[in-house]
Design a protein around this ligand. Structure first.
Ligand SMILES: NC(=O)c1ccc[n+]([C@@H]2O[C@H](COP(=O)([O-])OP(=O)(O)OC[C@H]3O[C@@H](n4cnc5c(N)ncnc54)[C@H](OP(=O)(O)O)[C@@H]3O)[C@@H](O)[C@H]2O)c1
Length: 314
């Protein structure tokens, strides 16, 4: 059994690593149905739970709801108590406060649960002012539909604003889910990680493997298939520049009997208040990701990785 930690100052306790589920149902970027399917996703879920992972992160827009449906089926097939995090997407078609409650009810239905442990706003909402949005979410907590409130892709100022509104309702902001990895160290310099520490908000790190780049399997001569190769992290000279990072990950990993991906995740998980949520397409990847915790990089090894990725600290 892995030790658990509180998300922010909420009573929700999670393992130091979660499972991301964007892959489960998403065809356009991840190629769901082509090389892996629903059974693989369910096997990834089981492998993660067997390894002691208790946090599952999904969103209503992943696979247009299919990710939540698959997670819901998995939840019904396990006796383990799990922590379910999902997200409301403030899309341009969603103009009023009522859309939040409709979205929340849709997620609860697809997941087949009565309460969402962590309900997150997927990205800052241009249509509903933060005051109003946080008050709607606070109402959802009072109605028993939500246990704790999180945001995603919020700046430090947007987090502060959300915290202030929630504090007036006697609540706190539990988490901010942002991109954070050795290849995307922006939260260290844009104030978000500092604000998380100051406000006791957990930083949930998404794309912690750089969408696969930190696994060591992609290189200029072996780019990933599908749409990913056109995404910002993969374009231009990135694949050439990460060769040196993966070399360092491999070298350090060989000392511990760990893969580059496991070393990259361990580097993240050792930062106080940070919970990485790698996405896995199958049981093998999920088992490997779980092997990223339960051991420690030395300070010197962590420093070497910080040094070799300085150009991504911007
Ligand atoms: N809040 C947001 O805006 C936001 C945005 C993005 C993601 N997220 C969340 O964060 C989660 C993780 O981020 P992500 O999915 O973008 O990227 P990631 O976790 O950095 O990378 C996941 C991909 O890496 C490869 N992989 C994973 N484990 C592996 C292993 N052990 N060995 C070899 N390859 C492995 C798989 O793809 P291949 O095998 O095809 O290479 C997998 O699909 C998502 O599932 C989602 O829950 C949130």
């Amino acid at each position: 059994m892995l030790s658990t930690i509180h998300i922010g100052s909420s009573d929700v306790r999670v393992s130091p690593l979660g499972m991301g589920t964007w892959q489960w149902g998403d065809r356009s970027i991840w190629g769901f149905g082509n090389g892996y399917d629903e059974n693989d996703a369910k096997a990834a879920f089981t492998a993660s739970v067997d390894a002691g992972i208790n946090l599952v992160d999904t969103a209503e827009i992943y696979g247009r709801g299919l990710s939540e449906v698959i997670v819901g089926e998995c939840l019904r097939q396990t006796a383990q108590p799990l922590i379910v995090a999902t997200k409301f997407a403030p899309l341009p078609t969603r103009l009023g406060p009522r859309t939040v409650n409709r979205a929340l009810d849709g997620s609860l239905r697809r997941l087949g649960i009565k309460t969402i442990d962590l309900y997150q706003v997927h990205f800052p909402d241009p249509f509903i002012p933060t005051d109003m949005l946080m008050n709607i979410l606070a109402d959802a907590v009072e109605a028993g539909k939500v246990r704790s409130i999180g945001v995603s892709n919020y700046s430090a100022d947007q987090m502060r604003n959300a915290c202030e509104v929630l504090a007036r309702r006697g609540l706190s902001l539990a988490s901010n889910q942002v991109e954070y990895s050795l290849l995307h160290r922006t939260p260290e310099v844009n104030g978000v990680y500092a604000a998380c520490r100051e406000l006791n908000v957990t930083l949930i790190a998404y794309s912690p493997l750089g969408k696969g780049l930190l696994t060591g399997k992609y290189s200029p001569s072996n780019p990933p298939a599908g749409m990913r190769r056109w995404m910002p992290g993969y374009r231009g000279t990135t694949l050439e520049r990460i060769v040196i990072v993966n070399r360092e990950l491999t070298e350090i990993g060989s000392v511990h009997g760990k893969t580059p991906a496991q070393v990259a995740l361990n580097w993240l998980a050792r930062q106080p208040g940070v919970i990485p949520i790698p996405g896995a397409k199958n049981a093998e990847q999920a088992r490997a990701n779980a092997g990223a915790i339960g051991w420690n990089l030395s300070d010197d090894e962590a420093d070497r990785l910080s040094q070799v990725t300085l150009e991504w600290r911007r």
